[in-house]
Design a protein around this ligand. Sequence first.
Ligand SMILES: [Zn+2]
Length: 252
Amino acid sequence: MDSINRRGFLKRTAGATLGLTATGLLLPFHTKCQAVSSVLELVGKNYLDERIIENIRKIKQENPTLKIGETHCHTTYTDGQYPTADLMQRASMLGLDFLIITDHWIPAHDGEWGWPLAHSLASIADSAKQYKEWNHPELEPIKVYPAMELSTHQGHLIMVFPEVYSKPGNRRDLVKQFSPLDNSMISMEVAAGLAKHLGGISIIAHPNINRSYPFGVSTDFAKQYLVGLVDAIEDVSTGHGYQKNYSKELGL
Ligand SMILES: [Zn+2]
């Protein structure tokens, strides 16, 4: 943390502490508890952000040609907590070079409810709009690659497409390609092939995590059927709490 950042951090922390003191004088106990927890969250978040920003800055200094981005996140178009604009602003603030927003596409299957393709497409359209209408002069507009997280028979697969598919005319190609698949699940091999066919890449999401429905493909299956087809695998997931060297295991 350099001295300017440290000052900023201390100032915000001090501000939070002052707020807490004032709250302590005025509010009844249960409200006080709520206030304390939200202040702690605020202090924790600011501290974490400072560390993330510093770490990203350090990695970039040591590897000037490296591009760093978040490759798996969701917005309120599916099950994320924040809208697209907020995610983009935060990614830029942290110093990332790009964002891959992976809203879910869950084709209906066996009469079960799904998340139609339209949600992922609306998310892609929104990020393109937010980029175009970027309104934060203090921050660099962040590049967002069009992407989605598709539920397949074996589990979730992230498909990332070339930037050109953010444009309305080209998004129609995604509609044409994928709409016929909105009512039936496909296998992960087929999905990875489709991503490749469109000039994109695919990333295996949260491998080896079992749920009652297809969620994380096993690395045994991946070794047998997906090597040479998929481009990457998630080695680290804060959302699902693991850190493994799957990419080395699969030679990716
Ligand atoms: Zn997933």
